[in-house]
Structure formats: structure tokens, C-alpha cells
Design a protein around this ligand. Structure first.
Ligand SMILES: Nc1ncnc2c1ncn2[C@@H]1O[C@H](COP(=O)(O)OP(=O)(O)OP(=O)(O)O)[C@@H](O)[C@H]1O
Length: 361
């Protein structure tokens, strides 16, 4: 499916601004961004529920920009997955095929297959009220997949589930999608969900696409300070970067730090005649090494500690601000509030983010 310059204006709001995206067959793409960034409007335009102001939607070579929703044949699962309460799971899943006048024996076979993929066989004769939230969500998925849609649209499909179930269902969603091989576009504001299930993530902000990348690439190389904070947690420091023939460096707490070539994702930094530019340097909490024996280059004091089960998170006061450090809980590295520590990181861990205009970070 290709989206070309998709734009939606509501009176004085441009909800979606010139969005282009090419989704490959079988690919799982997530639209990720904060509330109001235009994700749902994009999905609604693809589904045909919202008219397009400009641009086009191409499905398997056919322009469907102005097709009615039911002519598009897309599978759709919304946050409130309205199952038919008076129908069994089996009947709910069969409904779309009956509407399409598929023959009885084909219906039975396809429903059986869809229930198997969603691991719902033993619930086939139950009613929705007799199922848990996660099971109901799997019925909604099976119902959407059974029609073998060319594209499956998911709008915050897991947001009604509680935290544990949600995480479990992320893996389920990925498994079911891969097994069915269905091209999928999902809307979410949850970055962990987007990273864990998608082949590629599209980050949107104020109607515009600001980065499209594979989850790992996006996490390692966020294009802007906004993305580095929105996708995962990070520490940022404002520094003055100097470019010389020998390389690029900046000073932090009396140390000269030379940047590796891979550190600079954004190339449009304004460089002054002295060869300096203002930049934000970022380093992820898990890439910082904390040490109580003074092995690191930067001195600090533990201000706060948070136990997260698999991780400890420490807030460490340094000369260049409060730094968040995460350490895997391996029973060895437990630091107390008030303890003096030192911090360091591998030079590969640094990323330089060009500062966005004031008020836009
Ligand atoms: N029917 C409408 N009329 C006017 N403005 C609208 C309409 N629908 C959406 N908008 C506006 O368009 C912008 C994008 O909304 P959209 O619902 O696509 O965002 P979103 O990223 O999906 O947010 P959320 O995560 O909160 O659902 C918002 O500023 C919203 O107020």
C-alpha cells in the first residue's frame, strides 16, 4: 500500500500534512506519536471513514482514495472491538464471510483456521461476555483476519487491556500477524508497543512524519531530540561542539570528548565561522556505566534510586546535571542514595542531536 502526500485539513487544523509512506506486502508498520499528532486521522483516511483533502491511497496498484469503506475490503480492529454480544466466538468470526456470501464449507474451514491462529479453538462456542479482555481482543483479530484483507488496520488495539496482559498481547499480535502474513498498519501512542511489534515505525508530530525507521535503528539513531525522548528514555546535555580537521569534539566536566563519525545523525546543524555549533548530546540510561571505585571519568552522587524488578534506575547528580542510569538487577550493583559514584560511557553510545527551535523540543 502506498500513501502519497496524504493531507487532511479540518477548518483551521491541518491534522495530517503531506504524509507519504510505502508499506510492503506482509509488513507491520506502526504510526507512533503523541495525542493529536494525526495518527488516527491517517488511519481513518486509509479506512475511508474520513475524506482526503489532498494526496492518494494506492492499494495493489489501484487508486482507492475515493472508494467507499466497504469497497476497500480492509480489515479493521479498533480500540473498542465491538464483538456481537449475542453471537458465539465462532459466529462472530464467521460473520464477515457470511456477508461476503462465501460458501458454507469454505466458511467452516476458514473460521477453523482463523480460530487456530488466534489460539481460540476451545472458546469457539462461548459468548463474548464469557471471555477475558485478551481473549476478546484475539476474537476481534481473528474476525478481521478471516476475510484475508489485503491490509489490516489496528487503532490502539491493546489500549483497553491492563499492563501485564498488554505486554503479553503485543507478542501475540506479532505472532498472529506473522503467521497470517497480513500487511498491517497500527496506530499507537505507546512507544514500547510500537518498537516490539513493528517492522518499521513512523513517528508523527503535528501532522507530519518526522522519522521512518526500523525499531532498532530508530532507538539507536533518533533523528531529533523529540524522538530521542519519545522513543525510550534518554539523557541530553547542551554542549558546544567544535569541528576541526582532526574530528569533532566538545568539553564536558573538564573532559574533552571526541565524537565518533556515527554520533551525528542530523547534518543540518548551523556551524559558526569558528567551526562551533550548539548541540544536544544524548546518551541512553542503559549505556552508562556506574562505578563506586572511581573508574569512570565523571564524578557524581546518587540522588534517587528506583527498583523496577529487572532493573535499577538511578538518578545521579553530576557537574553537568542529573543523569539517569539504568543497571540490570544482577544482585551486584546496588547503590545507596548519597553514595559517591563515577559514571562513564563508551564513545559509541553518544548521539548528537541538533537542537530544535525553542518551544519545539
Ligand atoms: N472531526 C474533526 N474535526 C476537527 N478537528 C479534528 C477532527 N478530528 C481530528 N481533529 C484534529 O486533528 C488533529 C489530529 O487528530 P487525530 O485524532 O488524528 O490525532 P491522534 O494522533 O490520533 O491523537 P489521539 O492519540 O489523541 O487519538 C487534532 O488536532 C484533532 O483535534
Amino acid at each position: 500500500m502506498q500513501l502519497h502526500g496524504l493531507t487532511k485539513k479540518f477548518a483551521d487544523t491541518t491534522a495530517v500534512d503531506n504524509l507519504s509512506l510505502d508499506v510492503a506486502k506482509g509488513e507491520f508498520v506502526s504510526l507512533l506519536g503523541p495525542s493529536g499528532c494525526g495518527k488516527t486521522t491517517t488511519l481513518q483516511m486509509i479506512a475511508g471513514f474520513v475524506d482526503v483533502t489532498a494526496g492518494s491511497i494506492i492499494l495493489d496498484g489501484t487508486d482507492i482514495t475515493f472508494a467507499k469503506p466497504n469497497e476497500r475490503g480492509l480489515g479493521i480492529v479498533f480500540q473498542t472491538y465491538a464483538l456481537f454480544p449475542h453471537m458465539t466466538v465462532e459466529k462472530n468470526v464467521a460473520f464477515g464471510l457470511e456477508m461476503r456470501k462465501v460458501s458454507g464449507s469454505d466458511i467452516a474451514r476458514r473460521v477453523r483456521d482463523a480460530l487456530a491462529v488466534a489460539q481460540l479453538e476451545k472458546f469457539a462456542q462461548r459468548y463474548p461476555r464469557e471471555l477475558s479482555g485478551g481473549q476478546r481482543q484475539r476474537v476481534a483479530l481473528a474476525r478481521a483476519l478471516v476475510i484475508q484483507p489485503p491490509v489490516l488496520l489496528l487503532d490502539e488495539p491493546l489500549s483497553n487491556l491492563d499492563a501485564n496482559l498488554r505486554e503479553e498481547m503485543q507478542f501475540e499480535l506479532r505472532r498472529i500477524q506473522q503467521q497470517a502474513g497480513t500487511t498491517t498498519i497500527m496506530v499507537t501512542h505507546d512507544q514500547a508497543e510500537a518498537l516490539s511489534v513493528s517492522d518499521r515505525v513512523v513517528v508523527m508530530r503535528e501532522g507530519k512524519v518526522i522519522q521512518i525507521d526500523e525499531p532498532y535503528v530508530m532507538y539507536e539513531n533518533p533523528a531529533t531530540p523529540f524522538i530521542s525522548r519519545f522513543v525510550g528514555k534518554t539523557n541530553t546535555f547542551a554542549v558546544t561542539v567544535t569541528a576541526t580537521e582532526q574530528g569533532t569534539h566538545f568539553d564536558l566536566d573538564g573532559q574533552r570528548i571526541t565524537l565518533k563519525d556515527n554520533a551525528n545523525r542530523t547534518s543540518h546543524a548551523e556551524t559558526s565561522s569558528a567551526g562551533t555549533s550548539e548541540a544536544l548530546v544524548s546518551v541512553r540510561p542503559e549505556k552508562i556505566v556506574i562505578d563506586r571505585h572511581g573508574q569512570g571519568r565523571f564524578a557524581g552522587t546518587v540522588k534517587n534510586s528506583f527498583f523496577l524488578g529487572n532493573l535499577w534506575m538511578y538518578e545521579v547528580q553530576t557537574a553537568f546535571g542529573l543523569v539517569v542510569v539504568s543497571v540490570i538487577n544482577n544482585h551486584q550493583q546496588v547503590y545507596k542514595i548519597g553514595e559517591d559514584v563515577s559514571l562513564d560511557w563508551h564513545e559509541d553510545a553518544l548521539r548528537v542531536l541538533t537542537a530544535e527551535p525553542a518551544g519545539n523540543v
